[in-house]
Design a protein around this ligand. Structure first.
Ligand SMILES: *Cc1c(COP(=O)(O)O)cnc(C)c1O
Length: 417
């Protein structure tokens, strides 16, 4: 029955409404963005570039895409923008097609060290036939070891350096890698899926400004967009990128979500800086409080985090698997996460959890709420109260945070459906 679907959505919304959402790759969109989802744009095709479409009927879609491109150029101060990749992995695949040939060697960050699966052999990089070599990585600073990378690069001569991660606590050494790449005539791409909103909000350095040739990113993690992606680049690789996207890896580019993205860019231009600053402040506060409560928060010597994320080693509580399940039972939603020393096979129960505060920040939470969240986590993991009791308190706590902030018209977090 079709009503089963709406019932499932309703129950999902009830669950989310009364929980604390801390998945680092997710966020909420404003009602303005969500309204675009319901438009007729979602039934149409607009293959090709603005003004050069293959089908008739694209006049107003052109207006939207053209405006979205212009605003994106303004927001990131870049030469070239392609807004057609429908997801981050698709954007990465396009970048690999544009910048490499099968058989080329590329550097990427391994998954346990925070890299994304699409940078690895079993996903997009492998599908392009690339030979993937992992960067030497320093666990204490949770960052690439530049001098070891330089040595190894001279030996293996990569054609592409892939930067950016899914577990990304600190600024990565883009300038240093660009310098190494220039000597080898190699390209540098930065996958900013996680930190795009922080770059837009000027709390994380813009990798293109630091010399990267290409930036790929999904638009829905720290950025205010719906689920899709973009590629920013220098003019010199623009043609290759555009061809790799279409006709390469995208046909229809989901025009209802493109319209929503255009609104999200406007929100970022207006509210992005305040949002990004509060997000990083919140992450630091939560990290410090968890540390004070005795948790092994990574990156201690470096201030725990410069992004929306925190990583915690929870082996003493049974590992990331049981911890994520226990927290879910009290309404705290986050993910288990591999940490650098974990073998890739240990995904079922890795050492860590990853926490992201970008969504609760969008809901208006500030430092005081971060302290409360750390206390809820602590109560659950140290069995200070029954799980049912904590679940009730979490729902009560969440009652005051039911609207999406940092937008032109503050709106209920779960409306329209
Ligand atoms: C989330 C993520 C992606 C994938 O994005 P999708 O939009 O889910 O395809 C790619 N790269 C990194 C670094 C990510 O964190």
């Amino acid at each position: 029955m079709y009503s089963d679907i709406f019932n499932a959505i309703k129950k999902h919304n009830e669950m989310m409404k009364s929980s604390i959402p801390l998945i680092a790759s997710e966020n909420l969109t404003s009602e303005l963005v969500r309204k675009c989802y319901l438009s007729d744009f979602g039934h149409r095709y607009a293959e090709g570039k603005v003004g050069e479409r293959y089908y008739a009927g694209c006049k107003f879609i052109d207006e939207v895409e053209d405006l979205a491109i212009r605003l994106t150029k303004k927001l990131f101060d870049v030469e070239h923008v392609n807004l057609q990749p429908i997801s981050g992995v698709v954007a990465n695949l396009a970048a690999f097609f544009a910048l490499t040939n099968p058989g080329d060697t590329v550097f990427s960050i391994s998954v346990p060290c925070g890299g994304h699966i699409s940078h690895d052999k079993i996903s997009a990089a492998g599908l392009r036939g690339l030979n993937v070599v992992y960067y030497p990585f320093d666990v204490e600073s949770m960052n690439i070891d530049v001098s070891e990378t330089e040595k190894l690069a001279r030996e293996i001569k990569p054609k592409l350096f892939i930067l950016g991660s899914s577990l990304i606590l600190f600024r990565q050494p883009v300038r240093e890698i660009v310098e190494i790449a220039e000597n080898l005539n190699a390209h540098v791409m930065f996958d900013a899926s996680h930190v795009l909103g922080l770059i837009a909000g000027k709390v994380y350095p813009n990798p293109i400004k630091e010399g990267a040739d290409v930036l790929t990113a999904s638009t829905h993690k720290t950025f205010f967009g719906p689920q899709r992606a973009l590629i920013l680049s220098k003019e010199k690789v623009a043609k290759k990128i555009d061809k790799a996207v279409f006709p390469g890896v995208v046909s229809n580019h989901h025009l209802h979500s493109l319209a929503g993205y255009a609104i999200a860019v406007m929100e970022m231009l207006e509210f992005g800086e305040a949002y990004a600053r509060q997000t990083v402040r919140n992450a630091r506060t939560l990290a410090e409080k968890l540390h004070d409560l005795g948790y092994k928060v990574l990156g201690e010597k470096f201030g725990f985090t410069e992004t929306h994320q925190i990583a915690v080693d929870v082996r003493e509580f049974g590992g990331g698997g049981p911890v994520a399940r226990k927290l879910e039972a009290v309404g705290i939603i986050l993910n288990k996460n591999l940490l650098p020393w974990d073998p890739i096979e240990s995904t079922a129960n890795p050492s860590g959890i990853r926490i992201g505060v970008q969504e609760v920040t969008r809901l208006g939470m500030k430092e005081n709420e971060m302290i409360a969240i750390a206390e809820f986590i602590d109560m659950a993991l140290k069995d200070k109260k029954s799980l049912q009791e904590i679940r009730k308190e979490v729902a009560e706590f969440r009652k005051d945070f039911q609207t999406v902030k940092f937008t032109f018209e503050e709106c209920p977090a779960y409306s329209l459906c």
